[in-house]
Ligand binder design. Structure first.
Ligand code: GDP
Ligand code: ZN
Length: 357
C-alpha cells in the first residue's frame, strides 16, 4: 500500500497512513515501522482551533465525480491501495482522520511530526453534533477507503432493512463499494431474511451470510477484504467485533504491540482504528461509531443513492422531482409497475421527507 510516489520523495520525510489518533497524537504506519506523531504547523493550528471553538474544523468539502450512467456501477469502482498521486483529484483535508496519508518528518526511530496531509481519494463521513455549539459537524470515519461492509444480524437483533437502505444510500453517495454481511446465520431466523437477501442481490449488491459460531462465510469475507481498505459498520450487537476477531485473530494483540513499540505506553483511542490485514489490505473497526447519518447529501441527490432507481432518473416530468407525490414521476410509475421494489421505495420516501423537514 505504501508505495511512495517519486514526486513525494524527500530524504528527510516519510509517507505513511494514520492508524489511530486521539488528542493530537497519531500512530502512523510507514515502511520504517509505526511512528507516533504529533501535528506540526498549520495542522496543529487547525487542530487547536477545532478544540477551542468546535466549529468549522474541517477543510474544503471533498468533491467526488459522480458518474451518472444509469448502470449499477457499484462494483466497478475498485481502486488501488496507493496514495492518490493526482493532487487535482481532491482537496487536501485540513483535519486529520484515520486512513489519511501523511508526510511525516521523523524525530527518532519511533516519533515524528506530521507535516502534511496528502489529498484524499475518498472518505466516509457522518453527521455529528458539536459538543459545545450543538452545531452539526462532519465526522470523517475513515479516509481513502474503497469498501464498506454493512453488518446486520439475521436475528438478535432482527435486521432493520430501512436502516440498511439508509446506509446503502450514504455509501453510494460517497461512491464506495458495498458488501452486505448478514451475521449469526447459526441462529434460527425468519425466512424473510433470505427473501431480503435475494432482493438486494437482484439490484446488484453482494450479500454474504456469516457466523462466527460455525465459521460459515468467514473465508469468503476474508477474501473479499483482501487488497481493499474497508470499514465495518452496522448496528451494535450484530457481531462486528466478533467478525473482525475471526477474520484476523491476531489483530487485538498487534494493536497492543503498536503501543509497546513506541515505548510510550498505551494511548487510548477515542475513534476507530485502522489495521493492516495479513493477506493485504486494511480494515477499520467501528469502535466509537454509533451510527451513520447522512452528511451533506442534498435531497435531490438521494435518489441516486438507490441504485435501482438510476435507469429511471431523468425521465420524470419535472426536472426537480423528488419522486414523492409529484405528477408524471418515472420512479413512482416504476414502483407501480413493480420494476422497483416498494419496500426500497418506502425507505427512500422516509429518508427524503425526513431531510425535507
Ligand atoms: P458488535 O457490537 O457488532 O461488535 O457485536 P459483538 O461482536 O460484540 O457481538 C454481540 C454478541 O453477539 C456477542 O454476544 C457475540 O458473542 C454474539 N455473536 C457474534 N457473532 C455471532 C454469531 O455469528 N452467532 C451467534 N449466535 N452469536 C454471535
Ligand atoms: Zn420523480
Amino acid at each position: 500500500m505504501l508505495h511512495q510516489p517519486d514526486t513525494m520523495k524527500d530524504p528527510d520525510t516519510l509517507v505513511g497512513v494514520v492508524l489511530n489518533g486521539a488528542h493530537g497524537i497519531y500512530d502512523v504506519h510507514t515502511d520504517q515501522g509505526i511512528i507516533r506523531c504529533t501535528l506540526r504547523g498549520k495542522l496543529k493550528k487547525a487542530f487547536a482551533a477545532s478544540r477551542s471553538t468546535k466549529s468549522n474544523p474541517y477543510g474544503p468539502k471533498i468533491k467526488t465525480k459522480r458518474e451518472i450512467d444509469g448502470s449499477y456501477s457499484v462494483h466497478q469502482r475498485q481502486q488501488k491501495n496507493t496514495p492518490p498521486q493526482n493532487s487535482n483529484e481532491t482537496a487536501a483535508p485540513i483535519r486529520l482522520s484515520i486512513g489519511d496519508y501523511v508526510k511525516i518528518r521523523p524525530i527518532d526511530a519511533q516519533t515524528g511530526a506530521i507535516e502534511e496531509i496528502l489529498p484524499r481519494r475518498s472518505a466516509l463521513s457522518r453527521k455529528d453534533v458539536g459538543s459545545t455549539t450543538n452545531k452539526q459537524i462532519e465526522h470523517t470515519l475513515l479516509a481513502n477507503l474503497d469498501q464498506v461492509v454493512l453488518v446486520f444480524a439475521t436475528t438478535h437483533p432482527n435486521p432493520h432493512f430501512g436502516l440498511l437502505d439508509r446506509y446503502l444510500m450514504i455509501c453510494e453517495s460517497a461512491e464506495l463499494q458495498v458488501l452486505i454481511c448478514l451475521n449469526k446465520l447459526d441462529l434460527p431466523h425468519e425466512s424473510d431474511v433470505e427473501d431480503a437477501a435475494a432482493r438486494y442481490r437482484k439490484i446488484g449488491y453482494r450479500v454474504m451470510f456469516t457466523s462466527t459460531q460455525t465459521s460459515v462465510g468467514i473465508d469468503e469475507l476474508r477474501t473479499a477484504l483482501q487488497e481493499h481498505t474497508s470499514l465495518f459498520t452496522g448496528p451494535s450487537g450484530v457481531g462486528k467485533s466478533s467478525l473482525v476477531n475471526e477474520i484476523e485473530p491476531g489483530m487485538a494483540i498487534r494493536t497492543g504491540l503498536v503501543s509497546d513499540q513506541t515505548g510510550k505506553g498505551k494511548h487510548t483511542t477515542t475513534g476507530s482504528q485502522l489495521y493492516p490485514l495479513s493477506n493485504g489490505g486494511w480494515l477499520a473497526d467501528s469502535a466509537g461509531i454509533r451510527a451513520l447519518a447522512a452528511w451533506n447529501i442534498p435531497p435531490e441527490e438521494m435518489a441516486q443513492g438507490f441504485i435501482e432507481f438510476r435507469p429511471f432518473l431523468g425521465e420524470c416530468e419535472y426536472s426537480d422531482c423528488l419522486h414523492v407525490d409529484e405528477e408524471g414521476c418515472a420512479i413512482q410509475q416504476a414502483v407501480e409497475e413493480e420494476k422497483i421494489d416498494e419496500r426500497r421505495y418506502n425507505s427512500y420516501v422516509r429518508i427524503v421527507t425526513e431531510e425535507e423537514r
